[in-house]
Design a protein around this ligand. Structure first.
Ligand code: PRX
Length: 644
């Protein structure tokens, strides 16, 4: 039996839904999705109201997903203009700089003006509806402004996390054929400068854009190329702040976000306008039990989907005050998160288990120094939260009075799919609990047979929800193959899960070749292809292995070319190489020289075995009889890397 934490009655009293209401709404949402979403779709403004609600097919021959398809709207209008009359002077974004002495409050009126100016500046440089605009930005207000400016004119943004390398940025510029790049001179994180424009210059050597707009953040010395590069401050100073929001179809693309899969290069996940915004705003309100006047803080980076849906679009659509943090949890001290909570009286705090684990390691004192009295709801996202971290978050940070919403979702899902609701759901540490409205999870065995009751299996979703991705940008076939062909007719998440006797879901992690490092998603194939691109490497295999802080770390097996000798210097060089090829988040944690890799007679690497060896679990290597050369395994076990 797992621990159960019943709903806090004080929270329940004020909450949007209690358990009875959850059950009733959930039932309606799956029995009659047209009626349910037809009603809740009205939570955003429509220029032309929809008459059709759901038109979706998961049929493997013809996957087609449309929501509210004959309605027209605009995301920036919903996040800005519609609030001006009622809350123009309310703070929309609290920006907290890397340096604690720097912060800024931006009202809805200010934000609206700044978005309109940038939108006009982009239009003046030829960016129009449907064009792709890549953002490579630090966590500064201009990142949100740029997203909303794109949305306002119907341009499609594609954000590339500022930690990615020039090569990774170049691939993503090319992947969507970007017309414009918006970046900053340098970023600032933990007191250190990040050379964003220099990286962008290197990327634009490989894939050039028409216009590069550069925000002045640090004033550092950078190059500006005549005719292409312009300062954000200059182009926005000169423009009008009158820029009507484009009337866009509900299914007009809003953004592309590249994410890793089990094979090949990252794919461009495409989200569209109407359904995405309805889902992001509704989940933001219900999952965090957001109420008028709450100060809400999600610590993610806008380079990831969490930043899109739960720093910018969901909260702003709801007229919330959303906090945007430029820095890191341990700068200038390990109390920083808690100091920011006190400084801005944060009520709702949403972070990742990896941050919780690293702060937990510092003990209770850095937290107890702060009052944290404003906190009401805590959230977790990105990877399974281990019970030890859950308990610390609950007792030390939340003082036992703040429900923890452990939210399971993915870049592809656009918003949260499995989660507790603060006033409705009894909590079990480590469980994402129950599905959100409209979400129908199913566990299936490896043959795709649905499993009933308390069981464990592969997690699928059997019907569409409005926030779902619509396609892989420019490659609908890949979309179908990746998500709808393993178990035909169902969306396969790539995750495994257990369902307990109360119908609660416990996500057990990826069952494919995707690993989750500090909540960042990484394809083992990407790291492998970076390694084999090194002239001394013949072959490489990459697997995930348990890591105390990161959840999973990157364990690498490398076979060198016949004339190369392993050495510590070469090891360091290869780690550096991967950081250079992809970015620091892909840094291998352990590297093992392996003269041979376990392969089947047909030459396929048996990753199952490599995973077990990396996990120190060689008691259960399973069937090794199909190996071409079983002695390889003994050699690998003998030379395994010590992970402690
Ligand atoms: O394995 C699941 C894990 O993160 C994956 C999705 O990663 P990404 O697309 O980068 O989105 C992360 C933020 C939504 C999932 O397939 N994951 C995410 N949230 C949880 C989780 N695993 C367990 N519990 C969660 N709450």
């Amino acid at each position: 039996m797992s621990d159960i934490y019943p709903v806090n009655p004080e929270i329940a009293q004020k909450a949007h839904v209690d358990n009875e209401k959850y059950l009733e709404m959930y039932k309606q949402s799956v029995e009659n999705p047209d009626a349910f979403w037809g009603e809740h779709g009205k939570r955003i403004d429509w220029f032309k109201p929809y008459t059709k609600v759901k038109n979706t097919s998961f049929d493997t021959h013809n996957v087609d997903i449309r929501w509210f398809e004959d309605g027209t709207t605009n995301v920036a209008h919903n996040c800005l203009d519609r609030h001006l009359e009622t809350r123009g002077d309310q703070v929309a974004i609290i920006w907290e700089g890397d340096d604690p002495s720097e912060s800024e409050n931006i009202t809805y009126k200010d934000l609206h003006e700044r978005v309109c100016k940038l939108a006009n500046a982009m239009k003046a440089r030829g960016v129009t509806k449907g064009d792709r605009v890549t953002l490579y930005m630090p966590m500064i207000p201009e990142a949100a402004i740029a997203m909303l400016a794109c949305a306002r004119i119907g341009a499609i943004h594609s954000i590339v996390f500022g930690g990615f390398s020039p090569d990774a940025l170049a691939d993503r510029l090319r992947g969507c054929d970007a017309k414009c790049l918006i970046t900053a001179d340098e970023g600032l994180r933990g007191g250190r400068k990040v050379p964003l424009k220099a990286n962008a210059d290197a990327a634009m050597e490989k894939f050039d854009v028409e216009t590069c707009i550069v925000v002045k953040r640090t004033g550092g010395n950078i190059n500006m190329k005549d005719g292409r590069d312009v300062w954000y401050e200059d182009v926005t100073a000169a423009t009008s702040s009158d820029c009507p929001a484009e009337e866009l179809d509900a299914e007009h693309p809003l953004f592309i976000l590249y994410t890793s899969g089990s094979t090949g290069q990252p794919k461009g996940v495409l989200h569209t306008t109407g359904g995405y915004l309805v889902y992001a705003s509704m989940t933001h309100e219900y999952v965090f039990d957001y109420h008028e006047g709450d100060v809400y803080w999600c610590t993610a980076d806008v380079g990831w989907v969490t930043g899109h849906s739960y720093i910018v679009y969901g909260p702003l659509a709801n007229g919330a005050t959303t906090l945007m943090f430029e820095g890191v949890p341990n700068y200038p001290s390990v109390s920083r998160f808690w100091e920011v909570c006190d400084k801005h009286k944060v009520n709702i705090f949403y972070t990742a288990p990896t941050a919780i684990r690293s702060l937990m390691r510092e003990g209770d004192e850095p937290v107890k120094k702060c009052s944290l009295d404003s906190l009401r709801i805590l959230g977790s996202v990105g990877e399974p939260i281990n019970p030890e971290a859950w308990n610390w978050y609950n007792t030390v940070v939340g003082k036992g009075k703040c429900p923890i919403v452990d939210t399971w979702w993915q870049t592809e899902t656009g918003g949260i799919l499995i989660t507790p609701l603060p006033g409705a759901t009894d909590l079990k540490p480590g469980s994402a609990t129950r599905p959100f409205f409209g979400v129908q999870p199913e566990l299936v065995d490896n043959e795709g047979n649905p499993l009933d009751g308390a069981t464990e299996g592969n997690l699928c979703i059997v019907d569409s929800w409005p926030g779902q991705m619509r396609t892989c940008y420019g490659d609908h076939e890949r979309f179908i193959q990746t998500y709808f062909s393993t178990y035909p007719g169902k969306y396969f998440t790539g995750d495994g899960a257990r369902r307990d006797e109360d119908g609660y879901y416990w996500i057990t992690g990826r069952v494919d070749d995707v690993i989750n490092v500090s909540g960042h998603r990484m394809g083992t194939a990407e790291v492998e292809s970076a390694l084999v691109a090194h002239p001394k490497v013949a072959e490489a295999a990459v697997v995930g292995a348990p890591h105390d802080l990161k959840g999973q770390g990157i364990y690498v097996y490398v076979t060198l070319n016949a004339d190369e000798e392993p050495s510590d210097e070469l090891k360091t060089e290869l780690v550096k190489w991967v950081r250079h090829e992809i970015g620091p988040i892909a840094s291998p944690d352990w590297l093992q020289w392996s003269p041979g890799l376990p392969k089947t007679r047909s030459g396929k690497i048996m990753r199952r075995i490599l995973r077990k060896i990396a996990e120190d679990d060689f008691g259960s290597l399973g069937d090794t009889s199909t190996l071409a050369d079983p002695s390889v395994v003994d050699e690998l076990i003998e030379n395994r890397q010590n992970r402690s």
